[in-house]
Design a protein around this ligand. Sequence first.
Ligand code: OXD
Ligand code: MN
Length: 597
Amino acid sequence: MNAVTPLHDTDPTRGSRLEALNRWVKEVAALTRPERIHWCDGSQAEYDCLLAAMQAEGTLLPLNPDTHPNCWLHRSDPDDVARVEHLTFVCTRERDDAGPNNHWMAPAEAHAKIDALFEGCMRGRTLYVVPYCMGPIDSPLARCGVEITDSPYVVANMRIMTRMGESALARIEREGAEGAARGERADTFVKGLHSLGELDPERRFIMHFPEELTIKSYGSGYGGNALLGKKCHALRIASWQARQEGWLAEHMLIVGIENPQGETHYIAAAFPSACGKTNLAMLIPPESYREAGWKVWTVGDDICWMRPGADGRLWAINPEAGFFGVAPGTSARSNPNALATIAHDTIFTNVAVTDDNQPWWEGLDDRVPTLDWQGRPYDPANGPAAHPNSRFTVSARQCPTYSPHAEDPQGVPISAIVFGGRRASLVPLVFEARDWTHGVLVGAAMASETTAAAAGKTGVVRRDPMAMKPFCGYHYGDYFSHWLSFDEPGAKLPKIFHVNWFRKDADGGFIWPGFGENLRVLEWIVRRVEGRAGAVDTPIGKVPSIRDLNLGGASVSAAAIEALVAIDSDGWQRELDEIGTFFDGLGDRIPPALRTR
Ligand code: OXD
Ligand code: MN
């Protein structure tokens, strides 16, 4: 770092307040050999310094300050644009505990392999110590971590995506002292070590050690590979912790639906990456609903931690403080709330820019960009102008529909859980599971067409139980059993539903209009929860008949709706056979209760 950054070296007082953390930072520094160490306090001044330094280095470019005040563009390495599932490992002592759903490596081998890469990798760089809290800082459901990274871009993103800095350090310190007083280990925070390394895809690994609450990620600076609070901590490690402690860490948005009587139901919904979770979390009701007084509140768009409360209901928090949303497709039509959210104080990554230096992506509007995501003059022959997995990082507080209850320490009570996937055929617009066990089966059987959020082919149907295939930090069989275990006396569990917004007609067009219109389906879900809506029994669960849905002012025909809720028995028989084969592939830990359904 240079003269514009008065960032300070290790603060010995702060370090000694927390022995375990200080020791780990020293060990990492001895291995990685940074030029200096900076403990992040999370202040605005620190953030401004980091941005100024990145700007001076050319790794962060200012966008048009008149249209997008305090907005920035970062371009990642062109070989580093998505999560790398084939290089992501869960390193448990027993191979079977990671399960066939994860790549596994023995912990000793994994540490040796990745530590060899870390050796001396921060020479000439600054090592940042980033204490963070996942969840509202005063929430009993929240959990802390510390990420060590040599990327200022990661630090800046972590400040937006988590509660980062002094307040998190104070909580870590308090929990350490409480643990020590109980005679338990003092380092209950998750340790994440990250280095950009050489950004060489051949020297890239994301390793998780759930038994050690440790993450090591080398060689990538992008998204979930590098912002370790998100997928690595809040899903892979947290799912493991959640199983031990009796809660759930899920790949779900949380949205509040307020009816004209002023009652709000919270829905948690799991969809695979890039299936519109952010859009659903920020949905704008159709006009007739708005006039009637319906409102939609955003609690979270990607991750949900939930735990049974004293009243038997599941209470949920969003562990994140920001949105790391997919830019392409975000528009005034698909998500005006997101556009308002990202109009200022936002970091964009891998988007294109217009001639007046505004961020641009496919689907935004019909302007033609000047530079593509790699900074080249835009030429359609090179493919899309914005990378399909280009992103915005922005504080959730900027969202016009951010729920006034999003930061409640006890969380919000969940009325319904919704599973969904991107399926061009077969799967109806919506159906309701018969009971909790059937609902768990519906989640376990989820499948979706792949998108650009992960490296690899897009558009292929893959099984993605509970949208957790890339994120479940342990054996899927044990995970399903854990889900089933919540059905115990006294539990007031949410009803479970499945939706599919993505059915296509013979010409390849979407049948259901989606976006704000999805509220029609959510209204049916909420009214089912309240026992106020009808439904028709089918072999796969309950579906609404046309008269059960509020279709006033909807642009879709009655015939289309009939088609969207019709059940194709032969197709479902084939689907069930495939689900059976998929479960067989997961081995003998699949709970028998799911088999007999
Ligand atoms: C994400 C993902 O970044 O699911 O949220 O890939
Ligand atoms: Mn996600």
